[in-house]
Design a protein around this ligand. Structure first.
Ligand code: NAD
Length: 258
């Protein structure tokens, strides 16, 4: 088995800035020698991704737009990737979105549009991306996505995003079952709360961080590097027997009750 990621290519989707979990994963994959392809949503973010990618040792990365609400754009992105590299070995899907005003108060107030938006970007997009990328996995591979405890249990203010994460978690299992016969694994990392752009939209986020420091078994919050290194593990052959799994990288918080 191959324990480094040299001679392998990974698509990292969802770098917005240096705090993005996607960037943590990219740095860990780069440490292991991987070639990276970044996708971003909207021109506004291209510059950020370019300047971050320039800090990596390897300079053979590709940077492409991919708004995951647009099937034609997803197709185009992966056909460009196919032309450039032929084969990919993994995808890190680090993408979510919900309306900020639905990430506070009662879940009951979720609108139909807000519900569908969260499901579309945060859950269905994994399936859409995997569908387009499947022909590029000619040597097997590993796909990972980012989920959160709020999809398993009720977490205050997480609301419509919790329901989207539950759908994402189920998608991981169905996709793992579809793709296992081609030696493509699909897993999720359930990250503890990390202060990122996406997290800023969630009501009462500071209180959540404090709660983790006080009550999580490790008595500290999760870092971008911790999630990145678990991402590296899931992309590497070290994790070759694991698929359809949700691995909590959360200082153990999910095991604790009142
Ligand atoms: P982030 O804001 O850095 O990343 C979210 C990304 O989603 C951004 O790059 C954004 O451009 C992208 N995105 C939004 N709409 C898109 C679209 N239509 N097409 C393509 N990309 C789109 O925040 P993050 O916290 O790094 O989020 C990454 C993932 O981690 C998300 O799935 C999030 O739910 C998950 N997560 C975050 C935490 C946390 O506390 N930060 C905890 C658990 C899980």
């Amino acid at each position: 088995i191959q324990l480094s990621l040299e001679n392998r290519t990974y698509v990292v989707m969802g770098v917005a800035n240096k705090r993005s979990i996607a960037w943590g994963i990219a740095q860990s994959l780069a440490k292991a020698g991987a070639r990276l392809i970044f996708t971003y949503a909207g021109e506004r973010l291209e510059k950020n991704v370019r300047s971050l990618a320039e800090t990596l040792d390897r300079s053979d990365h590709l940077i492409l737009p991919c708004d995951v609400t647009d099937d034609a754009e997803i197709e185009k992105t992966f056909s460009q990737i196919k032309e450039e590299v032929g084969t990919i070995h993994g995808i890190a899907h680090c993408i979510a979105f919900a309306n900020k005003d639905e990430l506070e108060g009662e879940y009951l107030n979720t609108t139909r549009d807000g519900f569908l938006l969260a499901q579309n970007i945060s859950a269905y997009s994994l399936t859409a991306v995997v569908k387009a990328a499947r022909p590029l996995f000619t040597e097997g591979g590993s796909i990972l996505t980012l989920t959160y405890l709020g999809g398993e249990k009720v977490v205050k203010n997480y609301n419509v995003m919790g329901v989207a994460k539950a759908s994402l978690d189920a998608s991981v299992k169905y996709l793992a079952n579809d793709l296992g016969k081609d030696n493509i694994r699909v897993n999720a990392i359930s990250a503890g709360p990390i202060r990122t752009l996406a997290a800023k939209g969630i009501g009462g986020f500071n209180d959540v961080l404090k709660e983790i420091e006080e009550r999580a078994p490790l008595r500290r919050t999760t870092t971008q590097e911790e999630v990145g290194d678990t991402g590296l593990f899931l992309m590497s052959d070290w994790s070759r027997g694991i698929t359809g799994e949700i691995i909590h990288v959360d200082s153990g918080y999910n095991i604790v009750s009142l």
